[in-house]
Design a protein around this ligand. Structure first.
Ligand code: ADP
Ligand code: CDP
Length: 204
């Protein structure tokens, strides 16, 4: 099954809760885009330069570890995960994610993972796993999402909201609900409420 949605709509927290209830892993596609961005930053590569980015990504491959309580990204023995949720990565990731070569690199890794799992991101239900047995798309107002995300970033809620709106704008080309997705506004719900809603509509 797939859970897509706009930035900070609750995708990873909800995917983790649903996956734990089902006893299967979840897979965070955004973490791979974030890791590609962070490695590009470290290497001093221009983030729009697909060829240079791919050269780095192929020279030292990344591995997504799909733990139920939270995904991690490794490069050899190095765990990159804690560096991937900075405001700097937030600001660059949509440029990297717009590159078709990087999207193909992410999609290949996701499609190689052993099923079943819950896939979360922007285009899991539309592009990567169009045959998924159930699809969800999470939304919430920019203000609600900024209030949640500002608990996890040093910037104030107005700055976080402006950054989220800008990222949604840049991601719009690759983020839309699949025609057969259940759209859930998480604004009025608790995290547990969203997880419960999804579990109730899942086919048995
Ligand atoms: P995303 O993966 O879409 O960026 P996260 O899973 O990181 O979103 O969620 C952002 C934050 O919002 C988390 O701290 C999460 O616990 C919190 N949150 C609060 N209320 C809700 C809710 N009703 N639904 C989803 N997430 C919520
Ligand atoms: O958690 P949040 O919504 O803030 O971001 P994320 O899911 O970690 O995704 C980070 C970025 O990766 C997004 O802003 C998109 O640019 C990109 N992304 C994408 O293009 N396609 C996906 N399937 C997942 C993420």
């Amino acid at each position: 099954m797939t859970i897509d949605g706009v930035a900070a709509s609750g995708k990873s927290s909800v995917a983790s809760g649903v996956a734990r209830a089902l006893g299967i892993p979840y897979v965070s596609s955004g973490l791979l885009y974030r890791a590609a961005t962070q490695l590009g930053r470290e290497a001093g590569v221009r983030l729009g330069d697909a060829a240079a980015l791919l050269t780095h990504l192929r020279a030292r491959p990344l591995r997504l570890e799909a733990l139920p309580e939270g995904n991690r990204v490794w490069q050899g023995e190095r765990d990159l995960t804690d560096e991937l949720h900075s405001s700097q990565v937030d600001a660059g990731v949509s440029v990297v994610a717009a590159l078709p070569e990087v999207r193909a690199w992410v999609d290949d890794q996701l499609r190689a993972l052993p099923a079943p799992f819950v896939a979360e991101g922007r285009d899991m239900g539309t592009n990567v796993f169009p045959q998924a047995r159930a699809k969800f798309y999470l939304t919430a107002s920019a203000r609600v999402r900024a209030e949640r995300r500002s608990q996890e970033r040093p910037e104030d809620v107005d700055a976080v909201e402006a950054a989220l709106i800008e990222r949604d704008r840049r991601d719009a080309g690759q983020s839309a609900p699949a025609p057969d997705a259940h759209v859930i506004d998480t604004g009025p719900l608790t995290l547990e409420g969203v997880i419960e809603t999804i579990l109730q509509v899942l086919p048995t």
